[in-house]
Design a protein around this ligand. Sequence first.
Ligand SMILES: NC(=O)c1ccc[n+]([C@@H]2O[C@H](COP(=O)([O-])OP(=O)(O)OC[C@H]3O[C@@H](n4cnc5c(N)ncnc54)[C@H](OP(=O)(O)O)[C@@H]3O)[C@@H](O)[C@H]2O)c1
Length: 321
Amino acid sequence: MAPVIKLSSGYDMPQVGFGLWKVDTAVASDVVYNAIKAGYRLFDGACDYGNEKECGEGVARAIAEGIVKREELFIVSKLWNTFHDGERVEPIVKKQLADWGLEYFDLYLIHFPVALEYVDPSVRYPPGWHYEGDEIRPSKATIQETWTAMEGLVGAGLARSIGISNFQSQLIYDLLRYAKIRPATLQIEHHPYLVQQELLNLAKREGIAVTAYSSFGPASFLEFNMQHAVKLTPLIEDETIKKIAAKYGKQPSQVLLRWATQRGLAIIPKTTRPAIMAENLSSTDFDLSAEDLAVITSFDRGIRFNQPSNYFPTELLWIFG
Ligand SMILES: NC(=O)c1ccc[n+]([C@@H]2O[C@H](COP(=O)([O-])OP(=O)(O)OC[C@H]3O[C@@H](n4cnc5c(N)ncnc54)[C@H](OP(=O)(O)O)[C@@H]3O)[C@@H](O)[C@H]2O)c1
């Protein structure tokens, strides 16, 4: 079993979980079912991934077959940008829970600190970034309004813990001024090309657990033909990472994951291949030396892949500026 991280909400979160972005609806049910069989207990979903219903079917099958109980699972989902207006939060969480076939989420995150105009699920679901065509329409909701509604989810028993994703320090400092319930976790892009040490320092200091996404760096973004991803050496093929892996008798991918968990972060690697599921899950069964950790950390180039302007042309969404 993977180690756990104690959250400020009092709940334990598995340190190694399973990511659900880009898991096709045609296979999502089987992928989740197989991942539960492989030993995963945390699943990282989102409205935006468009596969919550199918993922829920995989969970239901595993529960029906007695492989796992609901209370042994840790299901994470996220609030999409078009549902930030205070009155939209609870209804959409209820829809997402119904899609999963669940009564509560273990953790519910604000996906991005960007409020966009509401799009009704009957019009388009998931709504994506654009209101219509290529038009981006902001909403007036502040993060305080959205966070207050998120706090309401805990009171209503719809989410056990709440957190944030893709937030940076300045906004976190602000949120902590008014939060009645502090964010239990912060989910961020984190790999050796994007270490974000100061943000991690802040999270540690404030007792916010951090989850790393896209732990293999450019690998996840090649399919979007992002030029800076294509041009970089894939981290799992990097000679230094390969040498370190050989020294421990591990895969380069396991070294990248262990680097993150030894730095105290949770990880949520995604794969549709059962053999790789096991490999990623077992990545906490060895320890890198302090020297090797430092070598990997020194790869930092501040290179970020997951930002809207890398997916489509926009002058409106400079979230990480
Ligand atoms: N909050 C956010 O804004 C945000 C953004 C991005 C991601 N996330 C979350 O983080 C999760 C993980 O990030 P990610 O999906 O970007 O990418 P990732 O876990 O870095 O995986 C990238 C690709 O690497 C391959 N892979 C996985 N394990 C491997 C291994 N051991 N060796 C070689 N290749 C391997 C997978 O392909 P195969 O399937 O072919 O194995 C996958 O497509 C997501 O699924 C999602 O839940 C959150």
